[in-house]
Design a protein around this ligand. Structure first.
Ligand SMILES: NC(=O)c1ccc[n+]([C@@H]2O[C@H](COP(=O)([O-])OP(=O)(O)OC[C@H]3O[C@@H](n4cnc5c(N)ncnc54)[C@H](OP(=O)(O)O)[C@@H]3O)[C@@H](O)[C@H]2O)c1
Length: 171
């Protein structure tokens, strides 16, 4: 019921020192287009990495933290999975909005079983500087690559947009 949305390097590194491994402005525009009007779920550290530490506009931002963070417009704070599920039901009673799991590494680990699709911007490069990763979907037998764009360049690196789906492995 959740779509992972990340920009990753070829080792599925997503972050370094509370920032992304690399910024691609075209990808950031696409992230905005894809997530606007929908729900993003993120951890407290990812919220802090957003501009001004504020929720992203024109989207419902559900933030997980064990702390009582100060309220902010556009943000629903939850403390555990039960609170998250209730917030999703309240914000999306008819199920018309997409729910994106937008980071970071800890949240992906905590909510891994809820993710059944992934919208990945893959930078075809291995960055030396990385300290947060998500699981490598290409090496995970439960996930299949279903679509990939033509290669693009940001002038420095080649990147593609990839779609993955979780499949039930044959047993
Ligand atoms: N490349 C990308 O697309 C992308 C996207 C998003 C983020 N990132 C990167 O990822 C990094 C941040 O990831 P991270 O793993 O360090 O942090 P994170 O997952 O964003 O946030 C971790 C925080 O979330 C809260 N949390 C985690 N699990 C929880 C649970 N089960 N219940 C309640 N609260 C929970 C805790 O907050 P409290 O400590 O307040 O309790 C925890 O400290 C940054 O480098 C960021 O730039 C990259």
């Amino acid at each position: 019921m959740m779509i992972l949305i990340f920009i990753v390097d070829e080792n599925f590194a997503i972050g370094y020192q509370n920032d992304m491994v690399h910024h691609i402005s075209r990808d950031q525009k696409r992230f905005k287009e894809v997530t606007t009007g929908n729900i993003i779920v993120c951890g407290r550290k990812t919220l802090e990495s957003f501009p001004g530490g504020r929720p992203l506009p024109n989207r419902d931002n559900i933030v997980l933290s064990r702390q009582d963070l100060p309220p902010q417009k556009g943000m629903t704070l939850v403390h555990d999975r039960e609170g998250l599920m209730k917030a999703i039901r309240d914000l999306n009673p008819d199920g018309t909005k997409k729910v994106f799991l937008a980071g970071g590494g800890q949240l992906v680990e905590a909510l891994w079983d809820l993710a059944d699709e992934a919208d990945i911007s893959m930078i075809h490069h291995a960055f030396d500087k990385a300290d947060v990763w998500i699981p490598n979907l290409r090496e995970d037998p439960e996930w299949v690559l279903t679509d990939e764009s033509e290669p693009m360049s940001d002038g420095e690196y080649t990147f593609t947009y990839q779609k993955y789906k979780r499949i039930t492995p044959d047993k």
